[in-house]
Design a protein around this ligand. Structure first.
Ligand code: PMP
Length: 368
């Protein structure tokens, strides 16, 4: 027997648990982690190099602790794309939206407190809750993966969580939550506690609908969390951000590590924001490919959840893990999120999507 985690004096709630992680397999077509399949365009790579070179000259100094220039540009991006004006005091940034969520749970959750999410949803919400000592409440969804307002509001009223997560568009199912539902759940959360409502909009740029940013007006306990990992095609950058009332931005600074955003990260993100228009054109291509995946999968005979994201949940399989393996045997990696009967595929390039569609067409033939 080798010495392992459980032989260490780790916290009880971490015993027997495994770290989050999708398999990183070396296969020709990887459509399993909702990444943007397009590498950054060369002029942007050049601009990043320039900005990072300039930052490198000052690496003997700590970075701008408050990331003022970056937050100002993120605020401009949000204002330009939503028509709802936010400024520097409304925006906070961290290393991926995972860190944003962690800071929110450190601030508003923690020992003796709870958070709720409507499952199936982004599993990291529950894992970050565990890591921050926040109790996790798995909230309900319908069979079709929609949130039933009455049932969800009832869960909030009875459980009185300190933090409510609403992921829209939802991961892994792809469907968006109607603004009316978010509003009703915000009201329920205020009546119950009041608690913080975190709307995770990691995939909002791919949606047929609009961002919920305008709902921030007059709602200081609402937070919208966003990321540059998907629409900006910059998952490797690790840059997430939030928009909220300035008091929320002040509050998360109580838990953020000093100088948490490196000068290299800030420089790279600023370069990417200069190329927003080009990057958003890729988003349009991906949306068209996502719509094609939805319609072709339906033509092949699969059940598909309506998608507002850059991925599609499809099924139903008698055994989704066996189906996942058979698709992998054909050189295409999709995601098995452990939802019985369903698999998830991220929209790739047209060629990658064709390879995926060929693989599932063959699979369907084999099954019938
Ligand atoms: N929220 C949702 C709903 C996600 O799916 C993801 C990434 N898979 C994230 C947040 C985290 O993204 P990142 O930390 O790369 O910003």
């Amino acid at each position: 027997m080798t010495f392992g985690i459980d032989d260490l004096p780790v916290r009880d709630e971490l015993r027997g648990k495994s770290p989050y992680g999708a398999p990183q397999l070396d296969v020709p077509v990887r459509l399993n982690t909702n990444e943007n399949p397009y590498p950054l365009p060369e002029p942007l790579v050049e601009r990043i190099t320039e900005r990072v070179r300039a930052a490198a000259r000052d690496l003997n100094r700590y970075p701008d602790r408050d990331a003022v220039e970056l937050r100002t540009q993120l605020a401009k991006y949000l204002t330009d794309t939503s028509g709802y004006e936010v400024g520097l005091p409304n925006v906070w940034a961290a290393n991926g939206s995972n860190e944003v969520i962690q800071q929110l749970l450190q601030t508003f959750g923690g020992p003796g407190r709870t958070a709720i999410g409507f499952e199936p949803s982004y599993s990291m919400h529950a894992l970050i809750a565990r890591g921050t000592g926040t109790g996790w409440i798995p909230g309900p969804r319908n069979e079709d993966f929609a949130i039933d307002v009455e049932v969800a509001a009832q869960a909030i009223a009875s459980q009185k969580p300190d933090v409510v997560f609403i992921t829209t568009p939802n991961n892994p199912t792809g469907n968006a939550v109607p603004p009316g539902t978010v509003l009703a759940l915000y009201e329920a959360a205020q009546a119950a506690k009041p608690s913080m409502v975190v709307v995770d909009e990691a995939y909002i740029e791919f949606s047929h609908g609009d961002s919920l940013l305008p709902l921030l007006e007059g709602r200081p306990n609402l937070v919208i969390s966003r990321t540059m990992s998907k629409a900006f095609g910059a998952a490797g950058l690790r840059l997430g951000y939030l928009a909220a009332h300035p008091a929320v931005v002040d509050a998360v600074q109580l838990v953020r590590l000093p100088y948490h955003l490196s000068a290299v990260t800030q420089a790279t993100a600023l370069a990417a924001l200069e190329h927003t228009d080009t990057l958003l054109k890729y988003v349009e291509q991906l949306k068209a490919e996502r719509d094609r995946l939805v319609s072709e999968l339906r033509t092949i005979g699969f059940q598909v959840v309506e998608s507002d994201a850059n991925f599609v949940q499809f099924g139903r399989f008698e055994d989704s893990h066996v189906a996942w393996e058979k698709i992998l045997d054909r050189g295409v990696l999709v995601r098995d999120n452990g939802i019985p009967g369903w698999l998830r595929v991220s929209a790739g390039t047209p060629q990658e999507n064709d390879a995926f569609l060929d693989a599932v067409r063959e699979l369907k033939k084999e099954q019938s």
